[in-house]
Design a protein around this ligand. Structure first.
Ligand code: FE2
Length: 260
């Protein structure tokens, strides 16, 4: 699918479509291979060790864009997750329903060679390279499922916009403190050549300790590098904050508090 093609709801109720791997052109696979090699050279020493440990699930029998069927088989064996193709952004309830059932939805189109450094809509490189390696980590895999379950509940509370900030500042743009130093793990950073260095090395952004209420009171920007990042001590902290928190009183408190 072309990145700018309008998204039309597919025939399936869950919005999934066949990936149609055979339809990729050699140039599409070459773009993947370029991006993959560039990030693999940049990430060691900058990314969470769990991400590097999960990267091998992407090294499949054929080079280029991963075939989701083969990828899902490998991921399923590790943590029980699958990757399913969708035509583009999907409604929030559909997205959460998939996460709650350990299915990660991924765009199937890939950016053009003149878009290596920036793309507004997530493509298959962002979705698969950025997100899938951590889905091979048992704790992070459980966190993603818990987030999907929490997302479905947040809709009932009318608090989806606040919970979306948790996803943004962790799954997409999270930093983690390790014994070796600060590392990135959010897919938005990990899949970006420029933000990988900016998030760790620039003195422009703030880096704040992760705190659930603070995160949910902090708006974010989607059109530029982040102005602030939140640092977790470990993935278990994220899992517990999401799975073991009763969000009803949290949402109640949030209603009375403004944004940062
Ligand atoms: Fe993403």
């Amino acid at each position: 699918m072309l990145p700018n093609a309008p998204v039309v709801k597919p025939a399936s109720d869950d919005w999934t479509v066949p990936q149609d791997w055979e339809a990729y052109r050699p140039e599409d696979h070459a773009v993947w291979d370029t991006l993959f090699a560039r990030q693999c050279a940049l990430l060691p020493g900058r990314v969470a060790p769990q991400f590097l440990a999960g990267l091998d699930v992407l090294r499949l029998s054929r080079p280029g864009i991963p075939d989701f069927a083969e990828l899902s088989e490998r991921l399923m064996a590790r943590t029980g997750w699958q990757v399913v193709a969708v035509p583009g952004l999907v409604p929030e309830d559909v997205f959460f329903e998939h996460l709650a059932n350990r299915r990660f939805v991924a765009g199937r189109f890939i950016r053009r060679r003149d878009q290596l450094d920036y793309l507004q809509e997530p493509d298959v490189f962002h979705d698969v390279f950025g997100h899938v390696p951590l889905l091979a980590d048992p704790v992070f895999a459980d966190y993603m499922q818990a987030y999907g379950e929490g997302g479905l509940r947040s809709i009932k509370f009318g608090m989806l916009d606040r919970l979306a900030r948790l996803y943004w500042y962790t799954v997409e743009f999270g930093l983690i403190a390790t014994e070796e130093g600060l590392r990135i793990y959010g897919a938005g950073i990990v899949s970006s050549f420029g933000e990988t260095r900016y998030a760790l090395e620039s003195d422009v952004p703030e880096r704040l300790p992760f705190e659930l209420m603070r995160v949910m009171r902090t708006p974010y920007r989607i059109d530029d590098f982040q102005e602030r990042y939140f640092v977790i001590p470990d993935f278990g902290t994220l899992l517990r904050a999401t799975r073991d928190t009763d969000f009803a009183p949290v949402y109640g408190a949030l209603r009375g508090l403004g944004d940062y």
